[in-house]
Each structure stands twice: as C-alpha cells, then as structure tokens.
Design a protein around this ligand. Sequence first.
Ligand code: MG
Length: 380
Amino acid sequence: MKPIVLLGATGSIGRQTRDVAARQGWEIVGLAARSASDELLVAANEFPEAVVVVADPLDNGRSHFETVLGDRVQFGDDAVEDLASRRGVVVVNGIVGAVGLQASVAALEAGNRLALANKETLVAGGPVVLEAARRGGGEIVPIDSEHSALWQCLVGERRSDVRRLILTASGGPFRSRTRSELENVTVAEALNHPTWSMGPRITIDSATLANKALEVIEAHYLFNVPYDAIDVVVHPESIVHSMVEYADGAIIAELGAPDMRLPIQYALAYPERAFVPPDPFDFTAQPLTFHEPDTDTFRCLALGYAAGRIGGSATAVLNAADEVAVAAFLEQRIGFLEIADVIDAALETVEHGPVTTIADVVAYDHEARRVAGEWIAGRG
Ligand code: MG
C-alpha cells in the first residue's frame, strides 16, 4: 500500500477514508480541506505524521492552526496541488465541486493513482483529465459506488465484449412522486436520503437525479463507453451497485450493503482486496426491485444525457449550473423543480465548444455560473 494523500479530508468521503485507513493501518501523509475546521484538527490528530493543508489562505482559523500545528500546516491552493503531485502516493480526491479538477490533474501528471470521488473532475474536465493521465502516466480509479461496481464487473473482461453499462439509482427520497407533488418540497425533505449518508450537494443531486446524470457522464469518460450504451435503472434498495451486460447477454452485477468504505478501500488497495471482518449479507432480508427512471419528472437525468452527447464544454456547463442551482435551492431561493430549469437555461445560453485546458474548463464554469445566477436573480 502506497501512502495516502487525502484531499477533502473533512467531508463525507474524507471521514470514511480516514476510517478505512485507521482500520487497515494505512498511512495518510497529507490531509487537505477548504477551511481550518475542528474536524480537520481531529483528522490531524488521527494521523500525526500527515502534512495538513488548508486551501483558503484567508481562513479565520489560520493563526489557531499555526499555533497548534506549527510547521505541519500550509495554506493555499498551491499547497493542495503540491500535496497531490507528491511522488509515489495514492491521491484520494474527495473535494466537493469543480475546484477538485486542478488537484486531479496535478495527481495524474505526477503519475499517481487518483482515487476519484470528485465527480466534477471528469464531468467538467473529462478530456483534460484523460490527457493529464496519458501525459503523466497516472491512473484514475473510481470511488463512487456505481463506478466502483462497474469497474469490478469489468475487471478481466474485454471492453469490446461490453454491450452496455447499467447504473443503478436509488431514486432518492422523491422516487415515484409526480411533478405537482414536487413543486413545494422543502430543503429538509430533499436532504433526507433513504439509503446513503452523504454531503448536502450530492444528497440534493440524488433527489433530482442530477447525481445520476453526472455519474452517466463520469462512466462515459472512465470506461470509454458511448452514451447509447449506458443505461440507468432505479433500484431503491441500493444493494446492486451497478451492472455490466456483455455481448452474450450475461449480466455481471456487484452487490452488497450500501457502505462507501468498500469502494474506498477497493480503490486504494486494488488489485488486492483488503480484509474486513465478515458481516454476512442476508439475501432474504428484502426483495430487490428495479424501475424505469421517470425522466419527465426528474429532468436533470435527461439533461445529463443531452449534455453528454453534445460533449466538450456542455458537461462542465451542466455541472456548474447544477452547483449554483442546488446552492440556491438550499438557500430557499428557488423551488426543487427549478433546479432543472436553471441547468436547461445554462445549456441553452452558454455557447458550446471544446475543452482542452483547465483554463477552458474554468471559463465555461464561470460563464455557466453567471448565466445560472442571472436566471435565479431574474426569476419571479
Ligand atoms: Mg454514486
């Protein structure tokens, strides 16, 4: 096991990665987070050898951190990038949002394995990231449960034999609701995810199916499979994490209890499987059910396919507009169904083009945020 650099150390993925590392006795040599929070100090105490990086150089907690951690703490985005580009480490990117892209590129250019939980890396900057991996010799492995499942179903198989990828979606808390029932749902209702415990943006994205849209795009880039060969099926129990159908009609699925620690440790230890005390899975506990996704009600999924097929900048625009829309929904400035309207407006308004550099991605990201912000401000 290579030493671990953990970016986004205080978020949901970050906490679970620390948990896995502590349980397996794996070394974490770098911890990065946006702000100088108490949670980051907890992480710093858990891994006393780790360098600690706070991305925001103007953070209120800066002097306190400098007093407590001394030489161990560094500040600024450059320090995050330095951490990601250390040689001979595996980099876990659990940063939320498009800011994670730069760190992903740095890790791959340094030839590192990038264990990717930051969806925006591939959704916003797919072509840039793949090129960085090619140039630096780095390797992208997924942490997201669906993509980890697809990866596990693909190991040892020929890609030319793949007929389609089938991503499962829990459907979120509003599965089977109609549009009129969704018009006035509250933030608290949307944050109440039935099976997975995650951060606020991804939880709202799960409720709108925007999360699944991002995952379809991510799967396209990760596994080099066309959009026509990527399907989504709603599976509320979240036991089947995703499946691959092959040319002969055989379908291979990866199943288990919903626990992000499994994909995290698979990404870090691959090709080995880390030992975990067995907790036998009870196949008789509940039936496993599957449904067609309702893309008329949950428009974000259809918008994801549309953006993916346009390619280039469109998925960066989708991602940025969604991030702005979710923030506005959490602040109760727009309704739940309007999240899709914001994305739609951004995809309609921002001109499409290729993305070949991080600067391209950033430019499209900013433009999409501007358009999304205008739409929200001009509403009503
Ligand atoms: Mg997922």
